[in-house]
Write a protein that binds this ligand. Structure first.
Ligand SMILES: [Zn+2]
Length: 188
């Protein structure tokens, strides 16, 4: 007797998980039939959301690392010394920790500026993201901090960029509504 050979593919839990998570339609199946696992997975998922049509990395030119993905970078505030403000920020940049950071910091410090920094990985924590944004608003309102135009624009650019990994995905309905809202003139 001849035995016909055929290939067998066993869907163990790892393979099943991979197949479900690797494509967007799989996520809908997961959500529908494994709601508890889906909720757990969502909490651990740190992939960028769909805030923009296309994901925009937060890159530092020196080595091209995407600081949103690697979360090894810092945001640095370059500040003037001895002004009437506690922090008088003239420029803001983001950079990876270590050599790149040291080079950049040395440059500004020899020009007579001081620098303050915050971990990008920390600001990516939703609670920290919120308190960090609130602190900036409060300190501006209370005239403790001041930002020059360039620094203020960079600060907004950073907040927009990091929102891609802090905020949750927008549903199709919300995206549709967002498009309707953009037709209405507003103060935004
Ligand atoms: Zn670097």
């Amino acid at each position: 007797m001849q035995v016909k050979e055929f290939e067998v593919r066993i869907f163990d839990k790892e393979l099943l998980e991979k197949e479900l998570l690797d494509n967007p339609k799989g996520k809908n199946i997961l959500k529908r039939y494994f709601p508890l696992s889906y909720d757990k997975w969502k909490l651990l998922d740190t992939k960028p959301n769909n805030l923009f049509d296309n994901y925009e990395p937060l890159e530092y030119v020196c080595c091209g690392k995407d600081l949103l993905i690697e979360k090894t970078g810092i945001i640095v505030f370059v500040q003037k010394r001895n002004t009437k403000y506690v922090c008088d920020t003239v420029d803001i940049y983001w950079v990876c920790k270590g050599e790149c950071d040291e080079k950049k910091r040395n440059y500004y410090e020899t020009q007579g500026y001081s620098t303050a920094w915050e971990d990008i990985g920390d600001i990516a924590i939703p609670g920290k993201y919120l308190s960090w944004n609130m602190a900036i608003l409060n300190r501006m309102y209370d005239n403790i901090d001041r930002y020059e135009k360039v620094a203020f624009e960079k600060l907004k650019q950073f907040i927009i960029s990091i929102s891609q990994i802090v905020l949750r995905d927008q549903t199709d309905e919300q995206i549709k509504r967002l498009m309707e809202l953009s037709q209405i003139p507003s103060w935004g």
